[in-house]
Ligand binder design. Structure first.
Ligand SMILES: Cc1cc2nc3c(=O)[nH]c(=O)nc-3n(C[C@H](O)[C@H](O)[C@H](O)COP(=O)(O)OP(=O)(O)OC[C@H]3O[C@@H](n4cnc5c(N)ncnc54)[C@H](O)[C@@H]3O)c2cc1C
Length: 259
């Protein structure tokens, strides 16, 4: 089973993020790492290829400055190879432009299954994977918490508020996975060393049959008008127990209709 996993490389969330004052886009000119959300997709892809007894995991990433640090982490986990699309023409790309680029790159490897995270953890829209599926004319199953391959189809347990739906879908297909779906393995020393020599196919927009006008700031339909800080959380109400605190707790929970 050949699986393509989309890996977004993002600025380290531990470092303070910086916005470009002209475009309100996140600055991505420093070192990038694999988005933690995508480590679940990589692990899921590896497990599915392993249990199918053959096939491999190929990574696809669109990122600036020929950045491969995040891809090397996923290669060290066990993915076989990667495709990186990095091109100055992609600067200012919105989610749809990103989907066009990823879809064109994925099409080259004709995988049985495409895995992406439900949403990234930097400037997320949560829309890219389903746009990729639409552009490739493939079915998309979102919010997967479990994927089982059954011959030429997959059975997906799809997370809902109340529990999960069981969805069956023919392959090839695209599935988005939720965080925590599997326990991502830590790359071991052997994996880290092997990752250094695994192939990373470096592509430009023109290699994908796309024009610079279709992507980047020229092709973008989304504009970030404003970015505002999230409202600070209010301090909770403190109840000092003088023998009657339980009553106040019960009445508080009743007000919220929790009991
Ligand atoms: C108006 C606008 C301008 C932007 N300008 C720039 C820019 O100048 N430079 C820049 O680098 N980025 C830019 N971006 C962000 C970039 O285009 C994002 O990759 C894209 O918007 C999708 O990110 P998302 O977080 O919305 O994806 P989501 O839909 O939240 O991502 C879900 C999943 O899709 C997959 N995925 C998403 N993006 C990628 C990717 N790039 N590679 C591989 N897999 C991916 C991953 O599995 C990810 O977890 C811009 C975005 C917007 C909206």
């Amino acid at each position: 089973m050949n699986v393509v996993v989309c890996v977004k490389q993002i600025p380290d969330p531990a470092a303070p993020g910086e916005l470009d004052p002209n475009t309100n886009n996140l600055r991505r000119d420093g070192k990038l790492i694999m988005d933690d959300s995508d480590s679940y997709g990589v692990e899921m892809g590896l497990q599915l290829a392993e249990s199918a007894g053959g096939g491999e995991v190929t990574l696809v990433s669109m990122a600036p400055n020929n950045e491969t640090s995040g891809l090397r982490t996923a290669l060290a986990m066990g993915a076989a190879k990667a495709t990186l699309i990095s091109d100055d023409a992609l600067s200012g790309s919105d989610a749809l432009s990103t989907a066009k680029v990823l879809a064109a790159a994925i099409k080259r490897s004709q995988p049985d299954l495409i895995i992406a995270a439900t949403e990234s953890s930097d400037g997320y829209t949560g829309t890219t994977p389903v746009q990729v599926a639409e552009l490739l004319n493939l079915p998309a199953v979102t919010f997967a918490k479990k994927i089982t391959v059954e011959g030429s189809s997959i059975k997906v347990e799809r997370q809902t508020e109340a529990g999960y739906d069981e969805v069956t879908c023919p392959l090839p297909a695209l599935v988005t996975v939720t965080a925590g779906v599997v326990e991502p393995r830590y790359p071991n020393f052997k994996g880290i060393m092997a990752a250094k020599s695994k192939p990373v196919d470096d592509l430009k927009v023109s290699d994908l049959g796309l024009t610079a006008e279709e992507v980047g700031s020229t092709g973008a339909r989304q504009v970030v008008f404003e970015v505002v800080a999230a409202e600070a959380r209010q301090a909770g109400e403190k109840i000092v127990d003088e023998g009657e605190a339980h009553k106040e707790v019960v009445s508080f929970l009743e007000k919220l209709k929790l009991i």
